[in-house]
Design a protein around this ligand. Structure first.
Ligand code: PHE
Ligand code: FE
Length: 288
């Protein structure tokens, strides 16, 4: 998960200028591999019928069912063959421009640590389970792979317009928390969801959140929360649609337009929204 708020000065000691570090796969302990296995077993038992086709295919193509934290030498051989993408270890969150440059060059930075048992259901910084299990299966899909490259290029471009804050919403509501409408029904493709047991159920089954069909401008006006389950999910009709709309739209005039449009409060529904579920927001209100 990208966090767009942290600012760093320089890569930590031992890291390369692009912030990557060796994965040092040999150094993970038996307990750390066991934590991966525990998370993997829990998610993969629950995701059939919930995760989208592309995600399930990615798990398969990349042979992620092999026990233990994946060794990137093996994983990258399969991922490069599928779409030219590769995973690179980084110590933690990296600066925005570094992150976008990696994406634009088909490199996905992954946190090189795994959560502790106390953090089983929630942690603030993305760990290797979120980054690899959550993000990498979708990167084996050729269309989604191209979307992520375009997003990296668009991210670099957004910095020149001071518009990262708006573009970050697109990442949040697609890459991290996106839903897709498949013939069999709504499915998950967002990494923040597929790597979370609770939200994988909540996002599809709970009457609380709004589920609204994807509209680029509407989405980029919408606030989001980073501290709990989402109050809105945006639903794309297909990965091809997401790629086409974002690549064919010049975001420069969109950023200008967004300057003069008010943000949309987090759970609001507008008359022009194409609504699948008008959420009760009962869950969010129960926590307020
Ligand atoms: N087309 C966008 C632009 O003009 C770039 C972009 C592509 C952004 C895909 C996000 C996703 O800036
Ligand atoms: Fe993520």
């Amino acid at each position: 998960m990208a966090d767009f708020t942290h600012v760093y000065d320089a890569p930590p000691p031992g890291a390369n200028p692009d912030w990557t570090i060796p994965q040092s796969w040999e150094v993970f302990s038996a307990d750390e591999h066991a934590m991966w296995d525990r998370l993997f077993a829990r998610q993969s038992a629950m995701l059939p019928g919930r995760a989208c086709d592309a995600f399930m295919r990615g798990i398969d193509v990349l042979k992620l069912e092999k026990p233990g934290i994946p060794d990137y030498r093996e994983l990258n051989a399969r991922l490069i063959a599928a779409t030219g993408w590769q995973v690179m270890a980084v110590p933690g969150l990296v600066p925005d421009d570094v992150f976008f440059d990696h994406l634009a060059n088909r490199r996905f930075p992954a946190g090189n640590f795994i959560r502790t048992p106390e953090q089983l259901d929630y942690l603030q910084e993305p760990d290797v389970f979120h980054d690899v299990f959550g993000h990498v299966p979708m990167l084996a899909d050729p269309v989604f792979a191209d979307y992520m490259v375009a997003y990296g290029q668009g991210g670099l471009r957004s910095l020149g317009f001071g518009a990262l804050h708006k573009l970050a919403r697109l990442y949040w509501y697609t890459v991290e928390f996106g839903l897709i409408e498949e013939p069999a029904g709504l499915r998950i493709y967002g990494a923040g969801i597929v790597s979370s047991y609770g939200e994988s159920i909540f996002c599809l089954d709970d009457p609380s959140p709004n589920r609204i069909r994807f509209d680029l401008l509407r989405l980029m006006r919408t606030e989001y929360r980073i501290d709990d389950y989402q109050q809105n999910y945006f639903v794309i009709p297909s990965l091809e649609h997401l790629l086409k709309v974002t690549v064919e739209t010049d975001f420069a005039p969109l950023y200008a337009q967004l300057e003069s449009l008010p943000d949309i409060p987090i759970a609001d529904i507008l008359p022009e929204d194409d609504v699948i579920t008008h959420g009760t927001q009962a869950y969010a209100h129960s926590k307020a």
